[in-house]
Design a binder for this molecule. Structure first.
Ligand code: BES
Ligand code: MN
Ligand code: ZN
Length: 501
């Protein structure tokens, strides 16, 4: 896709569809620069006769004007001007992206001026337009034969038309647009991995995906540890989860060295349970298919690694994925079994369905060897986070207030929302066990917090935050599918840390 910035439509070498944002005041003054007075009068008349009120999610298509470069003009509703916010901007951009796709628009003239107010920063706007525009071509076809969706939609050219942005902004536009390209590419990878069924997306498949990704950038080095190697490192807790499965468990390490040699890395640790039956503590069968998404933490780590490596970000990042399949069988772990973790602490596995924390704890111990500046784990860890925060926000629990603050800031910028839950010491005694150092489940309440408390026993040596994405990683119902969250949040956090935002 090519993109450019111009103030003068007539100088452009292609014809295309123009898109303008319009508030509920239906002021179309901004179009006057590109059209004759008679056209403006005609458009006003068309608006009057239409049901277009400038509300969010409304749009109007206008044909035939005196400017022959503009094959069609789309007016996209922005809502009330005095209520305009980043949220309304994002809704409008999502709507206009769908218009582009549904109408197979190839060359697009996008009036950036009509979408900006003093509340919207232009760099942020360009990045977000790019995330949406480059994200709309995601389709899942992997396991379809007769019902394959044709992927023939590609935008050829997007030309930002603006009299506010000077030609000298073009290099910044390029930078922020490319950030959006890379973020959407990471999101699409995460969605795809989530959507793939567990008979394809196994721990071995995730390892292969990482290995392939490593071939695309010299700065990205991949190491896969197999079960034998994990055993010798003492990762019995991780291994106990895959015991019941025919699929071998994998520990995937992705080292991205974009920063200075001596700079401490930021570590991302993903839960990669490629299917969670619950194990011997088996789940009810209704909706169990959704447990193919239990590797979405891993998918978001892979997606984020892809994004930062496409951006050649000047930062050191280590991505670690703890991957296993949680199955019941004669060789599965039984409730009440006690295992020794890599940290030396013993765990009484009271419920084999609380397996995410069991794979993560060893990965969190393992990651300390990289002397990380911060560690962020990402996991579809508890159903309880859906009760607390629904499908809107991921839960964040941390042992470092400053890190939480930084993540909250990235959440606000990316609109990939997170919300903090407390991890006070009062919750810790829930994990007391008569037979081991810790039990793997709490009692009845505050399931998201007790899960994080469990992880906190393995993260005392470094600055750490846990993201529970069980509510945000996929959509249910007719739109069932991976969301690619929190790739955007994590990337924004890393961009901020690399001072590239
Ligand atoms: N993968 C699930 C969490 C989950 C549940 C994600 C629903 C998405 C939707 C996790 O492994 C799990 O089973 N957690 C249990 C923990 C319980 C046994 C303490 C849960 O949340 O019920
Ligand atoms: Mn489970
Ligand atoms: Zn799980």
């Amino acid at each position: 896709m090519q993109y450019d910035l111009t103030d003068n439509i007539t100088s452009i070498d292609v014809n295309g569809a123009a898109i303008f944002g319009v508030f509920t005041d239906k002021n179309i003054k901004i179009l006057a620069k590109y059209l004759k007075t008679t056209d403006i009068a005609k458009i006003k008349e068309i608006i009057k006769k239409s049901s277009f009120e400038g509300k969010i999610n409304q749009s109007l298509c206008i044909y035939d004007t005196s400017n022959k470069k503009l094959e069609k003009i789309y007016l996209v509703g922005l809502g009330e001007k005095n209520k305009y916010s980043e949220k309304s901007f994002l809704k409008a951009v999502s709507a206009l992206s769908k218009i582009c796709k549904n109408n197979n628009l190839k060359n697009i003239f996008l009036s950036i001026d009509s979408l900006l107010t003093d509340k919207i920063k232009q760099d942020w706007a360009i990045r977000n337009i790019s995330i949406h525009i480059n994200g709309i071509d995601y389709v899942y076809n992997e396991t379809k034969n007769k019902t394959k969706i044709k992927i023939n939609y590609k935008i050829s050219k997007i030309i930002f038309i603006s009299s506010l942005l000077k030609k000298s902004y073009l290099s910044s536009l390029k930078k922020y647009f490319q950030q959006g390209v890379a973020i959407s590419s990471g999101i699409k990878l995460a969605k795809k991995l989530g959507d793939l069924p567990s008979n394809i997306c196994t721990p071995t498949y995730l390892a292969k995906t990482a290995t392939d990704l490593g071939k695309t950038n010299k700065k990205l080095n991949i190491k896969i540890h197999n079960e034998k190697e994990m055993k010798s490192m003492g990762m019995n807790c991780l291994l106990s989860v895959g015991n019941g499965s025919e699929e071998p468990s994998k520990l995937i390490t992705m080292k991205y060295n974009g920063g200075a040699k001596n700079e401490k890395p930021i570590a991302l640790v993903g839960k990669g349970i490629t299917f969670d039956t619950g194990g011997i503590s088996i789940k009810p069968s209704n909706g169990m298919d959704e447990m193919k998404y239990d590797m979405c933490g891993a998918a978001s780590v892979l997606g984020t690694m892809k994004t930062i490596s496409e951006l050649n970000l000047k930062i050191n990042v280590v991505g670690v994925i703890a991957s296993a399949e949680n199955m019941p069988s004669g060789s599965a772990t039984n409730p009440g079994d006690v295992v020794t973790t890599m940290s030396g602490q013993t765990v009484e596995i009271l419920n084999t369905d609380a397996e995410g924390r069991l794979v993560l704890c060893d990965a969190l111990t393992y990651v300390s060897r990289f002397k990380p500046k911060h560690v962020i784990d990402v996991a579809t860890l508890t159903g309880a986070v859906l009760v607390a925060l629904g499908k809107v926000a991921s839960g964040v629990l941390s042992n470092d207030e400053k890190l939480t603050e930084m993540l909250m800031k990235s959440s606000n910028v990316s609109h990939d929302y997170i919300w903090e839950l407390p991890m006070w010491e009062e919750f810790q005694s829930e994990l007391d066990s008569n037979f081991a150092d810790i039990a793997n489940i709490g009692k009845r309440y505050a399931g998201t917090i007790t899960a994080a408390c469990f992880l906190s026993r393995f993260t005392e040596d470094y600055s750490w935050a846990h993201l529970d994405i069980a509510g945000t990683a996929w959509n249910e119902g007719a739109n069932k599918g991976g969301t690619g969250r929190p790739v955007s949040l994590l990337t924004h956090f890393l961009l901020e840390n690399a001072k590239s935002l």
